[in-house]
Ligand binder design. Structure first.
Ligand code: BES
Ligand code: MN
Ligand code: ZN
Length: 504
């Protein structure tokens, strides 16, 4: 689908979308169109319950006296409803209402609105961003799709006064969408196709955008002492990998202290399939564990978004990639492993594997890069789904400023975070009789004890952990997120970076 921006105007064919405020006030383009159609639009509104409420739509098919296929009236609600997020939602709604249109050509009219927080260029760009986000599909393995099942939408043109401006705002948003789509692709791939080596290869493709990508194999990781990560992967015939991605968009200025130029770090759990290992999971629903690499998918997609839009910032993305399988060589409950930090871990449940992978990935990141901040993402616990469902991701942090920034960025892009506590009282629960710690806590507070475990590997680094188990995969369509892999986290962290850490 082609998204374009053009000067104001009303096409004579195809589908035209016009905005309507509550209650039933057509935008100027709509008023003009209504006149040329002899009042058909106002009659259609009066003959229906369409009021112009936010997100409401009314279709007038093949209006008499014109060659148009359809006019779609779309409710804008009140002037105060014109926000970036609402415009993205409307764009997504327009896409889903028209993506099977016969001729596949849609024109959206964007008129200036007095008192609106956004100008027409911003409105047009965010409508287009929403439409693109909603247009995502993962159908590469469907070989027998009927024409009627495919999207037939060829182009969406946004007509507005400042269309050059709209084009330039959209260019940046489009690169963010590229990152989100990459994440969605990665979490959607089946686990026979996507395993540590092939996921690392996907990360490697970012080199063409200027990202430096290193892939560490098992020998190198063993030399570094990563016994926690390696223990998880040892039951699989697929060898484990650690991928280090570096985007240096803010080269060091002369005389600048290297500390001021230290990178932001994003770390992802990349369990390409989680059977649970010897502590094996029940078979019902186990297929979901293909997206247990969701955290690493977000980190890779984020790197793509930042590099794609040439962000003026230094960022490292680090993902620990393993497959958690049972087998003759698999890790046993009761094993004690030594992490890169030197701390020993008694593995009482081989299904609490994500924290073992992150323990070494976090320690490595902190030691090698001394980052300004370190944020990790992981589909870490089923317990976070019990707590928060699929509306909020869990946030844990040792730093209030970072937490506030993350929560605010989340609100701005509609990827919500809810902060949960960390404290020495919870930390105690993972002390072990046999080693420095055990990898499970008691019956309660499963997401918190998992976070306490991670905290033992970050030292004083300002750090946050996002437990994204509930938000990584969606079973139903939302305005800008079709069901399937959501890409949750890419937009949020992209916003965090651009709001606080980037040179303007
Ligand atoms: N990958 C799972 C967590 C998960 C569950 C993600 C459901 C998405 C949906 C994780 O590795 C896991 O198995 N966690 C265990 C921890 C327990 C053994 C302490 C869990 O949540 O049951
Ligand atoms: Mn598990
Ligand atoms: Zn897992």
């Amino acid at each position: 689908m082609k998204l374009s921006f053009a000067k104001p105007g009303l096409p004579r064919t195809g589908i035209v979308v016009v905005g309507v405020f509550a209650t039933r006030d057509l935008c100027p383009s709509g008023v003009k169109l209504n006149k040329s159609l002899d009042g058909a639009l106002s009659r259609a509104m009066r003959a229906s319950r369409f009021m112009g409420n936010k997100g409401q739509t009314l279709s007038i098919v093949a209006p008499a006296g014109s060659r148009l296929d359809r006019v779609i009236l779309i409710g804008l609600g009140k002037v105060s409803d014109i926000t970036e997020l609402e415009m993205q939602n409307l764009g997504g709604k327009i896409y889903s209402d028209t993506h099977r249109a016969v001729k596949g050509v849609v024109a959206i009219t964007v008129d200036p609105v007095s008192g609106s927080k956004l100008n027409t260029a911003q409105v047009a760009a965010h409508l287009a961003f929403g439409a693109r986000l909603r247009s995502y599909r993962f159908d590469k393995y469907k070989t027998k799709q009927k024409e009627s099942e495919k999207s037939s939408l060829k182009s969406m043109a946004f007509h507005c006064g400042a269309f050059l401006n709209a084009r330039s705002i959209f260019r940046t948003l489009d690169r963010v969408a590229d990152g989100i789509f990459f994440t969605r692709d990665l979490v959607s791939e089946p686990p026979n196709v996507l395993y540590p080596e092939t996921l690392a290869k996907q990360a490697k493709t970012l080199e063409k955008l200027g990202v430096k990508v290193e892939i560490l194999g098992e020998t190198q990781m063993r030399r570094l002492g990563m016994g926690a990560l390696l223990g998880v992967g040892q039951g699989s015939i697929r060898s484990s990998k650690l991928v280090v991605m570096q985007w240096n968009g803010k080269p060091k200025k002369r005389g600048q202290k290297s500390k001021d130029n230290s990178p932001l770090a994003f770390v992802g759990k990349g369990v390409t399939f989680d059977t649970g290992g010897i502590s094996i999971k029940p078979s019902a629903g186990m297929e979901d564990m293909k997206w247990d690499m969701g955290g690493s998918g977000v980190v890779i997609g984020l790197m793509k978004a930042l590099a794609g839009r040439n962000a003026k910032v230094n960022v490292v993305g680090i993902v620990g990639l393993v497959e958690n399988m049972p087998g003759g060589n698999a890790q046993r409950p009761g094993d004690i492993v030594t992490s890169m930090s030197g701390q020993t871990i008694e593995v009482l449940n081989t299904d609490a594997e994500g924290r073992l992978v992150l323990a070494d990935a976090l320690w490595y990141t902190k030691e090698r890069f001394k980052p300004r901040i370190m944020v990790n993402l992981a589909t870490l616990t089923g317990a976070i789904i019990v707590s928060l469902g699929d509306k909020y991701a869990g946030l844990f942090s040792n730093n209030d400023v970072l937490s506030e920034r993350l929560m605010k960025a989340g609100e701005e892009v509609n990827e919500l975070l809810w902060r949960l506590p960390l404290s020495s009282e919870y930390d105690k629960l993972i002390n072990s009789d046999a080693a420095d710690m055990k990898n499970i806590g008691g019956r309660g507070a499963g997401s918190i004890t998992a976070a306490q475990f991670l905290q033992r590997f970050v030292d004083k680094t300002p750090w946050a952990h996002l437990d994204i188990a509930g938000v990584t995969w969606s079973k139903s369509n939302a305005p800008t997120v079709p069901k399937g892999g959501t890409g949750f986290g890419v937009r949020l962290l992209e916003r965090l970076v651009s709001s606080h850490y980037e040179e303007k």
